[in-house]
Design a protein around this ligand. Structure first.
Ligand code: HEM
Length: 545
């Protein structure tokens, strides 16, 4: 047949080309024939089964898109592992890169699970705020089942009435014992605790300067921040006097690496059964944390007096004694109420510590920025009194610095994964029910269209011409999520970070000796940490009264 076809083409000017092709085709056909002859029926059958299986996997994973809607674009994925190799060690960067090609709504595959990736401020706002009901779910991930033995509010597939009632309870209890004013003074609980802990931190840094002459601030900052959230949760907290608590708060990296978006064990089940030190550390951290919190809550229950509620745990106990809770009147089991303390304490110490610690790192490599903050503090507050939360509107440069730390580090690169609660559409793409959703906060904070020069660290970008905070731009910075799952500790976090930094920087000037290289390479995780630096120095700016 091939020869006849070639004969018919002899008169054509491209005869030479076709003749060559013809010879190759004959050789290939002979080779295939030879191969087939050496393959047994069993092997042939096996090959067809494998072929059918692959076809079935591809077919069952291909989206069935209703008419008029577009399928979500995305990169080609390997069978079984999907795009895991593309994600690499820094999925937020890899996905920001892929977004350039595929757009704000993109689908990748991890293992054989499809994951929707959202980028671009307007697309994220559309999904999480305007279509908040559709996107408020959480996926059923293996790592979630290890947090608080599966009873966490934040890391849990529940997004129904019970979740809503728990969230409301946690929010109310948190606000009452943080930003609401304390009955015993003119300031709020948060301000009282930060004032006390800020002074202790200054004293600690001074002691270390007098003895060792240098220090690594991280482990001292985490104690102060844990004491603040601990005091709000339990009335008082002295982390450095409790070895068990110290071994938890100084090891939160074990939690954040395991709880990171795209952790392979969440998508490739077989990996849970292989030796995996990261997973082991994550499991042990969660068990240790849960045990400690349960013990502390139980001890606290001994002196619970429902007529004298002093802290968040007390407020949660009181609710758990009522038959129905929350505005919806939904009944929430007692265990799900007292367990809320784990979510609050866990989120409350790690995130704020990470933010303050990043701030100190940026201050020592940007001494001119530190000087500007101190000049503002000297002008507005002077040296005779300590900074207060009410000073915040008069300290726009400090606030701009914190905003730029949030944006530039984007140390919470993705929100906690979401999932869709029903089939929906987004930017004309069809989105199925129950798909896992990653929201790339890092990409939004480094979008050239929004920020112009995203890689430059420039607090001034958040200031208007009149020196006040540019509200419009500050609202484009995305670090606390948006919509129905937005962080419930956002106000506390912003106020706490601001006040700690104001108190520290009024009195101390931080530096590292010349020649010391400060490494700012983040380690990927739910929160991203910087490498530790033990060469910090602090100089007292003036003698305190
Ligand atoms: C700078 C500090 C903080 C940052 C950057 C931060 C960021 C976030 C982010 C990105 C989420 C997930 C949002 C989503 O899934 O869409 C979240 C959730 C949450 N945050 Fe924060 N957070 C901070 C501080 C705090 C503090 C101080 C607390 C409590 C005292 C807290 C409590 C929570 C809780 C309970 C959730 C889960 C909400 C839910 O699933 O409904 N966070 N936070």
């Amino acid at each position: 047949m091939f020869t006849c076809w070639a004969e018919g083409l002899q008169s054509s000017s491209s005869f030479h080309f076709w003749a060559t092709l013809n010879i190759h085709a004959i050789q290939t056909a002979k080779m295939v024939g030879g191969l087939l002859a050496s393959v047994s029926i069993t092997e042939l059958l096996l090959a067809s089964v494998v072929f059918c299986l692959i076809f079935w996997v591809i077919e069952s994973h291909s989206q069935k898109v209703p008419k008029g809607l577009k399928p979500v674009p995305g990169p080609w994925a390997w069978p079984l592992i999907g795009n895991i190799l593309t994600l690499g060690k820094n999925p937020h960067l890899a996905l920001a890169q892929l977004r350039e090609k595929y757009g704000d709504v993109m689908q990748i595959q991890i293992g054989s699970t499809p994951v929707l990736v959202l980028s671009g401020l307007e697309t994220v706002r559309q999904a999480l705020v305007r279509q908040g009901e559709d996107f408020k779910g959480r996926p059923d991930l293996y790592s979630f089942s290890l947090v608080t033995d599966g009873y966490s509010m934040s890391f849990n597939p529940d997004s129904g009435e019970v979740w809503a009632a728990r969230r409301k309870l946690a929010q109310n209890a948190l606000n009452t014992f943080s930003v609401a004013s304390s009955p015993s003074s003119t300031s709020c609980y948060l301000e009282e605790h930060v004032k006390k802990e800020g002074e202790c931190l200054i004293q600690k840094f001074q002691e270390l300067m007098d003895t060792v002459g240098r220090f690594d601030p991280y482990n001292h900052v985490v104690v102060s921040v844990a004491n603040v959230i601990g005091a709000m949760c339990f009335g008082q907290c002295h982390a450095n006097e409790n070895q068990e608590l110290m071994s938890i708060i100084t090891k939160s990296h074990e939690f954040v690496e395991g709880a990171s978006s795209g952790n392979p064990v969440d998508f490739i089940p077989i990996l849970r059964y292989f030796p995996n030190s990261k997973l082991q550390r994550f499991k042990e951290f969660n068990q240790k944390f849960l045990k400690f919190m349960q013990k502390t809550v139980q001890e606290h229950y001994k002196d619970f007096d429902q007529n004298n509620i002093q802290d968040i745990t007390g407020a949660l106990f009181k609710h758990s004694q009522d038959k129905t809770q929350g505005n919806t009147g939904t009944s929430v089991p007692k265990i799900l109420i007292t367990n809320l303390i784990n979510d609050i304490f866990g989120a409350g110490f790690d995130t704020v510590t990470t933010a303050i610690s990043w701030s100190l790192m940026y201050l020592v490599i940007n001494p001119e920025v530190q000087k500007k903050i101190q000049k503002e503090l000297d002008t507005v507050i002077g040296r005779d009194r300590r900074p207060r939360l009410t000073d915040k509107p008069q300290l726009p440069y400090l606030e701009a610095f914190v905003l730029e730390i949030f944006r530039h580090t984007s140390f919470v690169p993705f929100t906690i994964p979401h999932s869709t609660t029903r089939a929906t559409t987004l930017n004309d793409f069809y989105i199925p029910k129950g798909i896992c959703v990653f929201v790339n906060q890092w990409q939004v904070n480094h979008d050239e269209k929004l920020w112009g020069d995203p890689s430059a660290f420039r607090p001034e970008r958040f200031l208007s011409a009149d020196g006040t905070i540019n509200k419009n731009l500050s609202e484009k910075m995305l670090l606390f999520g948006m919509g129905k799952r937005r962080c419930i500790g956002e106000t506390i976090a912003r106020w706490e970070i601001f006040l700690f930094l104001a108190i520290l920087l009024q009195q101390l000037e931080f530096s590292v000796p010349s020649g010391v290289k400060v490494d700012l390479t983040p380690t990927y995780g739910l929160t991203m940490k910087h490498p530790r630096c033990e060469h910090f120095q602090a100089r007292q700016r003036f003698s305190s009264h």
